[in-house]
Structure formats: C-alpha cells, structure tokens
Design a protein around this ligand. Structure first.
Ligand code: GAL
Length: 727
C-alpha cells in the first residue's frame, strides 16, 4: 500500500555549497518551507539570496519497504536542485515553480541515510523566467513541502477526473487513471473508482476494470460513471466539492490508492464573455505574486490560504491570476474551497530562451496541468510566457501539449499588444492604456491594467491614492459595458519585491491595491465595495478629511461604498443624501459616490465629517473623520488566535496607529517595537518604522505548545497586546 510521510522537519541548512567534509555541527536546524535568507521587507539586494546552499537530512526509513519503491517528492525548490542520497547524485532539477519526484530506492541503506540537496538560487539564464530582466523576485531555498512516499512498483501515476455535460441530464464523470509499472515484470491490475462526498461518505462505486501494464511502462484506462447520484454544481457561491478514490489491486496482492478532490462545473470563455455554469459573469479580478515580506516565497499553508481569503472576501474578486507561475497548492486548495476562480500560467516573464530553456517550459506546462487539472477553481491555462513576443513553433507546442493533457479547459497566453499571433482559445491582453481598448480578437480577457502606469504608496498624497482607486474603478466599469470583453484582472493585489530595474528603487513595486503586508489602499475599496451589502456593508471615503490636496481643498469627495445612499454631515449640519455615481460608472454594481460642492476652502474653519450609509432605507453603517487627528491607539491584531506548534506555521501580526474614530493615520511614521513572549518567534523588521501608519510582522510557531503574548510599544501611545495559542 502507498504511504506518504511529510518530510519537512529535521533539515540542516548551510548558506553555502558544502562538501561532505563540512560537519553537521556547522549547519543550522531548519524546517521547510524554508527561505534561504530572511530579509528586510525592502531596501535589500537580490544578490543577498542568490547563492548556492546546502540542505542535509539524516533519516531512517519510517517503515519497511516490503517490495515498494521509495520516492522523494519536492513541491518546489528555488531555482535548481541537485539531490544526492548516500552519495548517489541525481541529475539537477531546473525550475522552482513546479514539483519533481525522485525514486531513491536503489540508493537506500539500512540505518541512517544521508540526503543532501544543493540548492542553486542564482538567476540562471538557462532556467525560466531568467535570461533577461524580470519584474519580481524569485527568492531561494526549499520553499515548499517535501514528502517521502512509498509506492508499489505498479502504481497510480496520475488521476484525471473529467466531469462532462454537467449542465444537462446526461452528466457523466470520466476518470483517466495512468498506471506506471517501474518493476521488472509485466503487471496486471484491477482498477476501480469510487465517488465520495466532501466528508468522505461513499456516493457510488464503479465497476472494476482490468489493465495490463508492461514492465517499465505506463497504461491509461478510463473509468466511467454515467448514472450519477444527485450532485451539486461547483459555483462561486456554493463551491461544492467531491472526491474520487481510485484503487488498484495488483495481481500479486499489492494495492495502491489515490484520493483526489474535484467539482462539477462548466466554465467557458465565449466571444461575448465568460460563462460559469451557463451564467455570464463579468470577471473582476487581481493578479497575485506568491511572495511575502521577509520570508520571500517560503510561506506556510496558513498564509497561502489567507491570501485566497483576502482576494475573495476582503476584495470581492471573482478571479485571481497566478502571475507569473504555478503557485502553492495550499493557495489553490483554498480557491477550490471558497469558489475563487483561477487563471494559472507557466513560469516566465517577457523573455524566451533557447531550445533547452523552451524544453523546460514545456515540461512546466505538463507539470502544472498534471498537478492541477482536477481543480474546479482553475478555469484557464496560460501557456505563453507572460508578455513575450510571438513564437509560432514554441507556442504551437505549448498549446498542443495543454490541449492534449486537458481537453476540458481553454488555453490562453498573456500579451501586451493587439494582433499578436492567436494560437490560443482566449486572447489575453495587458491593457495599460488607462482605458479599455476595443477588443480585436475574441474571446478577450484583460489580464493586467494600472500597475506601473500608476504606482501608489499607502502614504502617498491623498489625491494620488484617490486617482489610483479611480483608475481601477474606471477600467472595471468600462470593461463591463464593452461587448466582447470577458473581464479584467488588475495589476495587482499586493505590492511585491522586485529587481533594481523596476519599482521605487527600494525593491518594491507599489502596484498593489494592498500593500506588501496585505493592508488596503483606497483602491482596495473599489473591489471591496462591489460585494452585496447583504454580505458586508462597506463605506470607505477616499479622503483623510484634511486640506492636503494640491488646490488646498478636499473636493471632490469619493466614497467607495455598497450603500444605496449616503448622508453627509459636516459638524452637525447635514449636506444631504447622495446617490452612487451610476452615470460616470455605469458598469459597476456599486459605483463610488462622487460628492462635490462642499465648498471647503483653505483658510476656513471646518468640522468633523460624518457619513451615514443607508441600505434599503435603514442606517447600515456610519463613519466619522475627525479634523482633530491625534494618534489615539496603537492597534495590534493577529490573523489567527491559534496556530500549530509545528515549527512551521505562521500568522500575521499587524499594527496601525488610529485616531479616536478608528481611522488609520497614514502619516504616523512612528517606530513600533514588538516582543513575543512564549514558544514562537517574530519574523521581520523589529523595531519597525511604520509605513502609511501601519505595518506587520509574522509570528512563527516553535515546537512547543502554549500561550504567546505579543506586545507592541510606540512612543506616546499605550502598549498593545495580543495573545496567540500554540496547539
Ligand atoms: C506587466 C508585467 C507584470 C508587471 C506589470 C507592472 O508588463 O506583465 O509582471 O511587471 O507590467 O505594471
């Protein structure tokens, strides 16, 4: 029987290429996901993590082999890995964004085995995305999980679950099972599948089917389910998931089994837009990089999942693009679970390398699709290198391979000009014109806008932050009313670390609607306010209520809200009830309120702003912006009250200076000092000089259970404290 053991503990790490003569005592004990270098959140050089490092792990087999093969599964090592087991060295694996497996059986010994991984985290021009400049950092290390897996010589290599005709009475599910026989004798097996509910309850068992698998070869068989029990469609509101359990009984009595999650949904881009389960959805989305402050890409499951929650719930998006590479399975798991659609693409940025480079890219197409094709959230594959030039031969090959591996999904590829060669099913276009260009090719999806054309920091002048928000507003409104555009995915969700050729010179691209710590700028509220008020009432004025704009006024006043009406008070005086600006932004369900004529001028006394939001005639929310702004409280929050005491888990500890009405004070550039008392460590710049009045660190669990008290201190404010339980 197959067995899988997490292989994330007990690693040793040395930030250099170490030979066997270097004693283990020179190494540091680490767990994976691991970043080869903890960095400040900005103002560092990528050279700091570009080096070859050595990971070692001494291990005994957790159980007897009993004729099985033993494999190591690496989910992601940045950017190239040379693995040795007891002195046998495997060929180098190139590429940090897709998984790889090694069969180590023949090199294992009784007793202690020595696993060594040399990780090359330099920007090797032979490996995508490298070869020219790249606008993001890749970071380094064994940054995703590792597994030790036992399998029978004849085992399941891959399962592809293909629900069909899900919108008809004729729904069926085909399951392609690939069996691989690495043994020396031909094998004969019975394969059977069972459909399960999300909680594991059996729904339907299929007929067993016999399959012959030649020694050293593979065989694919398709198991069919055509009279199905009542099954619920997977949708954005109700992301119903099922599982398929596939079992193999080999002739000699050995067995294998794999359980995979899936969903039933129909997703298609047509010339007039995108349809999910037959219903047209005007896609609103954001791009996401997988990187975080301090820890680079080595974020544990909890942080990955949290990003999906932020994009779906805090930002109200329908879709996320995993720019520009396949991302963590934890992030994608969460997208499946909460109904956040995904555009997933192969690694790369503008540059196409030589034949060997392209061969790696083709392998990435395969690795991405074989890893993720059972995920209902993924609605399209990106099989061009983001924004590269046309290359008929290469892109004919990536498209052919994608369609062969997954005939159920459309392909696309992201380009930055119209009329490029259209070899895909959907024309994806980065439209940085500041407007929405008439689509020349359909189906048509806007995959980026804003970004470098309007970088915005959370402590920029209010006007700029407001204009940034209005740019996102304008594009989402226009794309919705322009025929032939399926949707728009903005650049981008979160500020991200980048190379010296890009960004603000401090190694950050300030392109996010949230900052690098996942804290909102005004533009975030454009997205947040599109959700129904039944879900959450949003009322976010794009103003600090000061006289800090160029003309010494605060007119016009934009308020991002999903309320029906807003009544505005200055001091005690009502300035009437206002309606959202449907005329200027007809494509949005909840356009901003655009209030002018308040007549406030430099040199006058003015009073607090009070905004009262109405939904269905009832008061639903109220916000006050005092003119007398004083730092009132240092707010300290933690995303999770409990984390796992596994030496891996992390949660975000965020802090902000707010006024007496709870508004963040973007120019409170105070220094905050944090302390953690208990079995966990704070990761990040500490003391921290606030940016935009806020900031965040991560709390990383140690191996002991217990309470951790995190305390924050800032001059002239009361100390703040939060408590996290490690269990
Ligand atoms: C695009 C690119 C993105 C990012 C963006 C910034 O050209 O695809 O990765 O660099 O520009 O606006």
């Amino acid at each position: 029987m197959r067995k899988r053991y997490p292989f994330n503990h007990g690693w040793l790490f040395l930030p250099e290429r170490a030979g066997s003569d270097v004693p283990n005592s020179d190494f540091e004990a680490v767990t994976v996901p691991h970043s080869n270098k903890i960095l400040p959140y900005h103002n560092f050089d990528d050279a700091e993590y570009q080096f070859v490092s050595t990971y070692r792990k001494v291990f005994r087999l957790p159980e007897d082999r009993r004729g099985r093969r033993v494999c190591l599964d690496f989910e992601g090592v940045m950017v190239a890995a040379t693995v040795s087991v007891n002195g046998h060295t495997f060929p180098e694996h190139k590429g940090g964004y897709t998984p790889f497996s090694l069969d180590i059986t023949d090199y294992l010994i009784e007793g202690d085995n020595l696993l060594v991984v040399h990780v090359d985290s330099t920007e090797r021009p032979d490996i995508p995305p490298f070869g020219y400049v790249v606008d993001y950092l890749t970071f380094g290390g064994i940054y995703r999980e590792v597994w030790l897996r036992y399998v029978e010589p004849c085992h399941i290599a891959n399962v592809f679950i293909r629900p069909q005709n899900v919108l008809t009475n004729d729904t069926r599910i085909d399951i392609d099972v690939t069996l691989r026989n690495v043994g020396t004798a031909d094998a004969s097996a019975m394969v059977q599948a069972e459909l399960l509910a999300a909680d594991g309850a059996s729904l339907l068992a299929g007929e067993p089917q016999s399959v012959d698998v030649p020694a050293g070869g593979e065989a694919v068989t398709t198991l069919q389910f055509d009279s199905l029990p009542d099954m619920t469609l997977w949708s954005m509101d109700n992301p119903a998931l099922y599982q398929a359990l596939v079992r193999v009984d080999n002739q000699g009595g050995s067995q294998d089994a794999v359980q995979e999650r899936f969903g039933l949904r129909d997703a298609i881009f047509r010339d007039d837009g995108f349809y999910l389960n037959g219903q047209r959805i005007n896609l609103m989305g954001l791009n996401r990089h997988q990187t975080y402050p301090y820890i680079g890409a080595a974020a544990p499951a909890r942080l990955q999942r949290k990003d999906a929650d932020i994009i779906k719930y805090d930002l109200g998006c329908h879709i996320v693009r995993t720019s520009h590479y396949p991302q963590s399975r934890h992030f994608l798991d969460r997208c499946d679970e909460i109904g956040l659609l995904v555009f997933e693409e192969i690694p790369g940025w503008q540059h196409i390398g030589d034949d060997a480079w392209q061969a790696i890219s083709l392998r990435d197409v395969r690795a991405m699709i074989e890893r993720d094709r059972n995920r209902p959230a993924i609605v399209i594959w990106g099989v061009r290198i983001n924004e590269s030039l046309d290359n008929t031969e290469f892109y004919t090959a990536t498209n052919r391979l994608a369609r062969e591996l997954d005939p159920t999904r459309q392909t696309t590829g992201v380009r930055f000009w119209q009329y490029s060669e259209f070899l895909e099913d959907v024309y994806s276009f980065n439209d940085f014109s500041g407007s929405v260009q008439e689509p020349e090719q359909t189906p048509h999806l806007i995959t980026e806008f804003a970004g470098h054309t309007f970088p915005t920091k959370s402590w920029d002048n209010e006007e700029r932050r407001m204009q940034h928000a209005l740019l996102h507003t304008r594009i989402h409104s226009r794309k919705s009313i322009m025929g032939g555009v399926a949707g728009a995915i903005g650049w981008c969700a979160f500020d991200y670390n980048t190379h010296k050729e890009f960004g603000s010179g401090d190694r950050i691209c300030y392109h996010g609607v949230m900052d690098i710590f996942r804290m909102p700028k005004y533009a975030a509220f454009v997205y947040a306010s599109q959700v129904s008020p039944d879900e959450r009432v949003v009322l976010e004025p794009a103003t600090m209520w000061t006289m800090d704009r160029s003309e010494g006024t605060n007119d016009p006043l934009f308020i991002f809200s999903n309320c029906d009406e807003i009544e505005l008070f200055i001091g005690d005086q009502s300035h009437g009830r206002h309606l959202p600006d449907h005329d200027t932004y007809p494509g949005l369900a909840h356009p901003p309120f655009n209030i002018t004529g308040l007549g406030l001028m430099w040199g006058q006394a003015f009073h607090d702003l009070r905004l009262v939001g109405y939904v269905n005639g009832e008061i639903a929310i109220e916000r006050v912006l005092p003119i007398n702004k004083q730092p009132h409280v240092l707010e300290l929050t933690v995303d999770d009250a409990e984390i796992n005491a596994d030496g891996i888990d992390m949660t975000r500890v965020a802090f902000r200076v707010v006024d007496r009405a709870g508004n963040v004070m973007p120019y409170a550039l105070k220094v905050v000092t944090l302390e953690a008392d208990g079995p966990a460590d704070l990761i990040g710049d500490n003391p921290f000089a606030l940016v935009g009045g806020q900031g965040a660190l991560y709390l990383r669990a140690g191996h002991e259970t217990g309470l951790v008290r995190v305390r924050a201190r800032a001059d002239r404010l009361p100390d703040a404290e939060v408590v996290v339980m490690l269990k």
